[in-house]
Write a protein that binds this ligand. Structure first.
Ligand code: PEP
Ligand code: MG
Length: 328
C-alpha cells in the first residue's frame, strides 16, 4: 500500500540507499509558516522577504520588518529559515521605487533589481539587516542574497550586515548566536567563479526560475516561451551538474529553491546529479518525499551521468520511462 502524503508528514525522506534528503519549503508570508507543521518539511529554504514590500504602499519601516521576521522565526521553532533579502525592482515593481526603476529598466528581469538595487540603496539594505539581526537575537540567522552576479556583490552585502552587527554589539544589544551567509545562484556568471565564491559562503541555493531564463535568454513571464525550453534539457542539467561537482569536497551546502525542484521528474534528475537539498512549494512536499523514498541514488546517478555524456533526443521521455519501470 502506498503511504498517503499526510502519513508521510512525520516520515523522514531517506533514499532507498539511505541518504537523507533535505526537503524544505518556500514561503513569503506569516501565514505560510503553518505549512511547516502541515507538511513536516525540514525548514524554510527560501523566505521571500519582498512579499511584505510588494503588498505595502510605502517602504515597510524597520520595526514592521522586524516583527514579521520575529514571527516567522517563532513559528519555525527549531527548524531553520533562510531569509532572502529583498528581490524587488525589475518586474516586481513597487510604487515607492517606480520612478527610479522606469528611468533605468527596459529589460526589467536583467535590470536594477534584487541585490543590485539593495546595494545602491544602502539605507534599504541596512534597515533590512538591522531588522533581521534584531529579530534573530539569541538564535541563529541565515541570510541569502538574490541575483549575485559577481563575488564582490556578496562581499559588499555581507559587509552591510557585519557593520550592523557591530553597531548592535557596541550598544550591548542581544545578538544572534550565529549568522551565516549564502548566495542564490541564478545568474549564470556566478557559476564561472564558484571557486572564488565558495570559500566565503555557507550555502548556495540555485534559483532555477531565473537561471533558466538567463541561460536560454527566454523571459520567464512570456507565455509564448513557457513551453519552449525544458528543465530536463541537457543544457540546464549539464550546467547544474557542473555546479554540483564544483562544490564536492567543500563545506558548503548546495540546494535548489526554484520551482524545478518541486516536480517529480525534475527532482529525480536533480538527485541524480548530486543535489541533496530541495526547497519547494508546500504542496509538493508530500509527492517529493514519496519520490525520494523510492530512489536509489547510485542507480539514478549512473544513469544521469550516461545521459548527460551523450544525451538522448528526448531526455524527459527517457527519464519518464526509466522512472515508470521502477515504479517511481
Ligand atoms: C528563482 O529565481 O528560481 C527563485 C527561486 O527566485 P524567484 O522565483 O523569487 O525569482
Ligand atoms: Mg529569482
Amino acid at each position: 500500500r502506498q503511504a498517503t502524503y499526510a502519513e508521510l508528514r512525520d516520515v523522514e525522506p531517506f533514499t532507498r540507499d539511505g541518504t537523507r534528503i533535505t526537503v524544505m519549503i518556500n514561503a513569503g508570508l506569516r501565514d505560510d509558516m503553518s505549512m511547516l507543521q502541515l507538511t513536516g518539511a525540514d525548514g524554510v529554504g527560501l523566505f521571500r522577504t519582498e512579499f511584505q514590500f510588494l503588498v505595502s504602499a510605502t517602504l515597510p519601516a524597520r520595526d514592521r520588518q522586524l516583527r514579521l521576521y520575529r514571527d516567522v522565526l517563532d513559528a519555525a521553532g527549531d527548524k531553520p529559515v533562510i531569509f532572502r533579502t529583498v528581490d524587488i525592482g525589475g518586474d516586481k515593481a513597487v510604487p515607492y521605487l517606480n520612478s527610479q526603476v522606469a528611468e533605468r529598466d527596459e529589460n526589467p528581469a536583467m535590470g536594477w533589481r534584487a541585490l543590485r538595487l539593495s546595494l545602491d540603496r544602502e539605507g534599504l539594505l541596512k534597515a533590512q539587516a538591522r531588522a533581521l539581526l534584531e529579530a534573530a537575537a539569541g538564535r541563529s540567522l541565515s541570510v541569502m542574497f538574490p541575483m549575485v552576479s559577481e563575488p564582490w556583490e556578496f562581499d559588499a552585502a555581507k559587509k552591510v550586515f557585519e557593520d550592523q552587527l557591530e553597531f548592535l554589539r557596541a550598544r550591548r544589544k542581544l545578538l544572534p548566536e550565529a549568522v551565516e551567509y549564502g548566495c542564490m545562484l541564478e545568474v549564470p556568471s556566478l557559476a564561472e567563479v564558484l571557486d572564488l565564491l565558495i570559500p566565503r559562503i555557507s550555502f548556495i541555493s540555485v534559483g532555477t526560475n531565473d537561471l533558466t531564463q538567463f541561460l536560454f535568454a527566454a523571459d520567464r513571464a512570456n507565455p509564448l516561451l513557457a513551453e519552449r525550453y525544458d528543465w530536463l534539457s541537457p543544457a540546464i542539467l549539464r550546467f547544474l551538474q557542473r555546479v554540483s561537482q564544483a562544490t564536492v569536497g567543500h563545506p558548503v551546502r548546495l540546494g535548489v529553491c526554484g520551482e524545478m525542484g518541486g516536480r517529480r521528474l525534475e527532482a529525480l534528475a536533480l538527485l541524480g546529479i548530486g543535489y541533496r537539498r530541495l526547497s519547494i512549494t508546500p504542496a509538493a512536499v508530500g509527492p517529493i518525499k514519496e519520490l525520494v523514498r523510492k530512489v536509489d541514488l547510485g542507480e539514478i546517478g549512473a544513469q544521469m551521468n550516461q545521459w548527460l555524456l551523450s544525451p538522448p533526443a528526448d531526455l524527459r521521455a527517457e527519464l519518464k520511462r526509466w522512472a515508470e519501470q521502477r515504479d517511481i
